[in-house]
Design a protein around this ligand. Structure first.
Ligand code: SF4
Ligand code: SF4
Ligand code: SF4
Length: 269
């Protein structure tokens, strides 16, 4: 039930994950054999793959939007004194320019049909999680991390943030980082190495008794839905690591496309 922080290079907090055009990715992806690979190396592999995946995502989106790029409308253009040479997607075109209409079409496409496909892919990834089940190791209850302090989380909860409400309904902060690290040094070090110099706060749930939840029937949604993000950092004993390994490349590509769409929206919106 840890925060969806999955570090800077991968996932921004609270993002929805969208994606389109994964066919090429699926056909080129090699099955992962991660069972015996140390956790930190698995994440290093993901990080190292991200640049390639991001380029693949950018090229895929560029190809999609170029399909409806107008063909040389300048020959019929009545706008005078236009000196634009590079007819790029991000060029600043004047009002009335056919390429400006194209840019508007791009936004409609990316935020409509394209985004819906990304949502479908996200659903497919999360549905696949149902093929796996929790092995009740309790590690996610023993060590949760947030970029927010306990006070900040309570403030967010008071403002209506559902995740924060669930979080503070079960988790309490460790007194020291040393105490948190002692619980699961490997997971702690992994989280710390990925957040780099950002401050993070560590939590545990006092409702965990041994490895079992003492309030299982009433546990909040953040417990029921864990892991709620396909790029979530997971403890090494978590049985959902198999799911995460299976879908991680798809999820990275989805994340890359989501970020690229945001870039298009910011530049053209
Ligand atoms: S305004 Fe647009 S369509 Fe007209 S000449 Fe310039 S780039 Fe071409
Ligand atoms: S309420 Fe239960 S499932 Fe949720 S964090 Fe606490 S012990 Fe774990
Ligand atoms: S298997 Fe995963 S979800 Fe289940 S208790 Fe362990 S860490 Fe949590």
């Amino acid at each position: 039930m840890v925060k969806q922080q999955y570090v800077k290079f991968i996932v921004g907090t609270g993002n929805l994950w969208y994606y389109l055009g994964m066919e090429n990715f699926f056909s080129s992806a090699t099955p992962q054999k991660e069972e015996n690979t140390p956790l930190v190396n698995q994440y290093d592999d993901l990080k190292n793959n991200y640049q390639r995946i991001f380029v693949e995502a950018a090229e895929s989106i560029r190809a999609a939007v170029n399909k409806f790029k107008p063909e040389n409308p300048c020959t019929l253009c009545t706008i005078k004194d236009c000196s634009i040479e590079k007819k790029d997607v991000f060029t600043n075109y004047p009002r009335g320019c056919t390429y400006k209409d194209w840019q508007a079409q791009i936004i409609t496409f990316l935020t409509g049909e394209y985004q819906q496909k990304l949502k479908n892919t996200y659903k497919m990834i999360m549905d696949k999680k149902n093929e796996y089940s929790c092995n009740c190791c309790g590690d996610c209850c023993r060590l949760a991390v947030s970029e927010y302090s306990y006070e900040q989380l309570k403030q967010r909860a008071a403002r209506g943030d559902k995740f924060s409400q669930d979080f503070v309904s079960v988790f309490v902060p460790y007194k020291t980082e040393e105490e948190a690290k002692a619980v699961n040094p490997e997971y702690f070090d992994l989280l710390n190495s990925l957040v780099e110099d950002e401050k993070t706060y560590y939590y545990y749930c006092p409702k965990l008794k041994g490895s079992l939840c003492s309030n299982y029937e009433n546990r909040p949604n953040i417990c029921k839905d864990f892991p709620h993000n396909p790029l979530k950092l997971l403890p090494s004993r978590c049985s959902y690591n198999t799911w995460r390994a299976e879908i991680s490349k798809q999820a990275l590509l989805l994340k890359a496309k989501t970020d690229i769409i945001e870039f298009y929206k910011n530049k053209l919106g």
